[in-house]
Design a protein around this ligand. Structure first.
Ligand code: NAD
Length: 277
């Protein structure tokens, strides 16, 4: 039976380190989170941001913008925050209304206040392995694997999902560790090749958002499984991997919830400290 890869213990160790660094500085850190319109899933995340910021003595401001705000007005708003010396970090909460272009907006968050690591300048630095900030979920997934003590060099790593905030940065981080990285996505599934790639994985990351997509019997014996997916099924939160069968085969597996999630918000706090202190 697999051992559980839980995020909360690692998150609390990182919180202790950050807390010491913050309390030894005279700068009063301020994090601004922007939410457009009402969205229950964004509110879960902003509550967690607020709680973790306050535990670390970081000022947290939640700015709620009207659903109908135009792209131009949104960018003006960001420029105001970029120029405000009292603000150290900016988060734009997803999902955004469809009339707002997130990729374009990410270009207007100052790279020096980009705590989510999504500005193309920071993404470009990541390609060179030189970014101060890395997209939080990707970094959280790597921290979990590191906590097992595994040496990633030459390992067969399979990532399912190729989004800008998870799969793509994750692939870059793992290549820097000299893992052999395969990235699967909807095209792989459409061609019927998903199962064969997943079966090869010594380390598997899944970030799709489809409950039960990865069959438990596909998991290689002794694999490390990091399930990033979040799905609501019958009022319960589950990942993308069939947990009960997978845990019989894996050596390590993340629970959902309780795996990547608790660490993601701590990565945000660490990015803020790296940029501002
Ligand atoms: P996204 O929608 O941007 O990307 C989904 C990816 O899945 C794409 O690469 C797509 O090609 C791929 N895909 C879709 N259907 C597929 C299929 N049948 N087979 C194989 N690949 C398929 O998603 P995202 O923003 O990266 O989020 C993915 C999941 O991770 C969601 O469930 C999201 O809620 C979760 N998430 C969790 C955290 C966390 O902190 N735990 C953070 C971010 C996202």
């Amino acid at each position: 039976m697999a051992k559980l890869l839980e995020g909360k213990n690692i998150a609390s160790q990182i919180r202790d380190t950050l807390s010491k660094r913050i309390s030894s500085s005279t700068t009063k850190l301020c994090l601004v989170s922007i939410q457009v319109g009402d969205n229950p899933s964004a509110e879960i995340y902003t509550r967690s941001q607020k709680k973790n910021a306050e535990l670390l003595g970081i000022e947290f401001q939640l700015l709620k913008l009207d659903y109908s705000i135009s792209q131009e007005r949104f960018i003006e708003f960001l420029n105001g925050l970029n120029n405000d010396t009292q603000v150290h970090g900016i988060i734009v909460q997803l999902p955004l209304p469809t009339h707002l272009d997130y990729k374009k907006i990410s270009e207007f968050i100052s790279p020096d206040k980009d705590v989510e690591g999504i500005n193309p300048v920071n993404m470009g630095r990541l390609v060179f392995g030189r970014s101060k900030v890395v997209p939080c979920t990707a970094q959280a997934a790597v921290e979990l694997v590191n906590s097992t003590g595994v040496n990633l060099e030459g390992k067969e790593v399979v990532i399912v999902g190729h989004s800008e905030i998870v799969g793509k940065p994750l692939a870059l981080l793992l290549l820097d560790k000299l893992a052999t990285v395969t990235v699967c996505h909807i095209g792989t599934a459409k061609n019927g090749h998903l199962e064969e790639h997943v079966r090869r994985a010594e380390i598997l990351f899944v970030a799709v958002g489809k409950a039960g997509l990865i069959k438990g019997e596909w998991i290689k014996k002794g694999a490390i499984v990091v399930d990033i997916g979040i799905n609501k099924v019958d009022d319960k939160i589950v990942g993308d991997v069939e947990f009960e069968e997978a845990e019989k085969r894996a050596e390590w597996i993340t629970p959902v919830p309780g795996g990547v999630g608790p660490l993601t918000v701590m990565m945000l706090m660490r990015n803020l400290v790296s940029l501002a202190l």
